[in-house]
Design a protein around this ligand. Sequence first.
Ligand code: ATP
Ligand code: MG
Length: 137
Amino acid sequence: MNRTLVIIKPDGVQRGLVGEILGRLERRGLHFVAAELRSLDEATAARHYAEHVGRDYYDNLVRFITSGPVMVLVVEGPQDTWRVVRTMMGTTNPLDSAPGTIRGDLATVMAQNLIHGSDSAESALREIEIFFPHLDS
Ligand code: ATP
Ligand code: MG
């Protein structure tokens, strides 16, 4: 599985960081197979974040991801693309993210950490199906 799902979250779009973030992915050598600016409805957000149901941060998470336009992409690379993107993103909490990573260079707080990337090959398949169900392989 050489594709992964990336979402530039509402904070990234609002801060004008779409170009910066997509540029980093492109310079790394990854390609975009699909890309769309969208506003997520609550049902789509709930499906995407199903594994977080019941967590104390869940309501905030869904409220945030539906709060404004997001850029949704399918990103492709030669191998384990989900892992390449995750490494580029940095840790979930930007307080701990290494410099050189997207979160480590551009974010400061957990709730506004700019980017989502699938966390496994299985998650990538599941999430691509949610956002781009008709995409050709
Ligand atoms: P994402 O799924 O957004 O790419 P991630 O995989 O690094 O991020 P997850 O564990 O999947 O992190 O959590 C999803 C999102 O939920 C995080 O990006 C973060 O904004 C929020 N989140 C996760 N854990 C917490 C927590 N303990 N407190 C507050 N928010 C949290
Ligand atoms: Mg995650």
